[in-house]
Design a protein around this ligand. Structure first.
Ligand SMILES: C[S@@+](CC[C@H](N)C(=O)[O-])C[C@H]1O[C@@H](n2cnc3c(N)ncnc32)[C@H](O)[C@@H]1O
Length: 367
């Protein structure tokens, strides 16, 4: 029986630090897809808020925030909405959550503001960082007005298997798929219930996550699906660049195959806490997003695709490499991996990547 640590290394990575992150450069932030529903919910909550004395802050939380860049403009809009409704002196607390292995230094810089982008240093806005798994309660009961989470809840809370014939869910065999699905179910329940406890009565949770399209089909960044990710690791193993052990240890521990029923499950399975907390599933919306890169330049296309992939793939390749390798050696191998991905993208530059996202809105009703 092979042993593997419970938490994979999760640090998002980038080749181009200091600017807008690469996912943004390639396709704009996915979180903007649920901008309207987030602002609508915030407006509704503020309108139904009784006058409080002493004044209570409005609490906003972003789960799985990475470096905070993705949600920054949206958080600023939320701050504007609060100030418009309650006055520009009204205190606001913004909680930023991510896994303890996240790069919180980078998050701190984004909060402070970079040269081009002002951060959250406005008076009466208090940012807080919470390094803790989002599959547990991270904040006190009844404390959050609006919680958001974008492109994060497909990550599993722990490794449940090693995918033997590749690195992605699509390459997993039936037994491995079953374990991954089961963990996905447990994690989604834990996420919904943890957020449900944290929400104030009347508060709302908006989640946008990578999903299937409802017919079992999954997102694809590359022509012919995601299997190229594993095929390159397999080629590098055959060529003796990676060991067999490293090949097996390279896995992406996520479940991006949830469908509408999976998102409904905590509400349809009669979990007593759902009722006790007064949680209501308001809506589920599936969206397909095509990433038209607007270029016929093959090199530019391939660079963009790889820049989009590096932030969430770097740690996967890194995590598979043996600890006996030096950091320099690891980076050389990783560089080679992404160069090969780039060559593949270059050779299939007619392909338009697409992602399936599901937006889930949950409300905690007042008793
Ligand atoms: C693809 S990034 C998304 C970042 C950002 N929210 C966005 O919309 O671009 C996924 C983030 O989820 C975080 N994450 C993964 N598992 C987590 C966990 N158990 N608890 C908290 N954050 C987690 C990762 O560390 C990463 O920062």
């Amino acid at each position: 029986m092979k042993s593997f640590s419970n938490f994979p290394t999760m640090k998002m990575n980038s080749r181009y630090r200091g600017e807008k992150d690469d996912m943004y450069n390639a396709h704009g932030h996915a979180g903007n897809m649920c901008r309207e529903v987030i602002l609508d919910n915030l407006g509704r909550i503020l309108l139904s808020r009784p006058r409080q004395s002493p004044v209570q802050p409005v609490n906003i939380a972003d789960f799985g925030t990475a470096d905070g860049n993705a949600s920054l403009s949206l958080i600023k809009e939320m701050i504007d909405v609060v100030h418009t409704h309650l006055g520009d002196q009204h205190p606001i607390v913004v909680y930023y959550n991510d896994h303890s292995k996240n790069d919180f230094n980078l998050l701190s810089k984004v909060i402070q503001g970079t040269g081009q982008e002002p951060g959250l240093v406005t008076g009466n806005v208090y940012p807080m960082m919470i390094p803790r798994t989002m599959y547990e309660q991270c904040l006190p009961d009844n404390s959050v007005d609006v919680a958001i989470s974008t492109v994060a809840t497909h990550y599993l809370s722990k490794r449940v298997c090693q995918i033997k014939n590749g690195i992605m869910f699509e390459e997993a065999d039936e037994e491995e798929r079953k374990m991954i699905r089961e963990q996905g179910k447990t994690d989604w329940r834990a996420f919904v219930l943890s957020r449900g406890r944290e929400l104030k009565p009347g508060g709302a949770l908006v989640v946008l996550t990578v999903s299937s399209n409802g017919h079992g089909e999954m997102s694809s960044v590359f022509y012919h699906g995601q299997s190229v990710f594993g095929r390159i690791v397999s080629d590098m193993t055959t060529e003796g660049i990676l060991t067999q052990k490293e090949y097996l240890a390279t896995n992406f521990h996520v479940f991006y195959g949830r469908n509408e029923d999976d998102f409904r499950e905590p509400f349809t399975s009669g979990l007593p806490d759902i009722k006790k907390l007064g949680l209501e599933l308001v809506s589920i919306k599936l969206t397909t997003r095509h990433y038209n890169t607007h270029t016929t330049d093959k090199l530019k296309y391939s660079q963009m695709i790889v820049a989009m992939v590096i932030p969430w793939m770097h740690h996967v390749v890194y995590g598979g490499l043996s600890n006996s390798r030096s950091e320099k050696e690891k980076e050389e191998i990783i560089s080679q991996y992404f160069d090969r991905l780039q060559t593949y993208a270059y050779n299939h530059s007619d392909f338009i990547p697409y992602m399936f996202f599901t937006e889930v809105v949950i409300k905690r009703n007042k008793k």
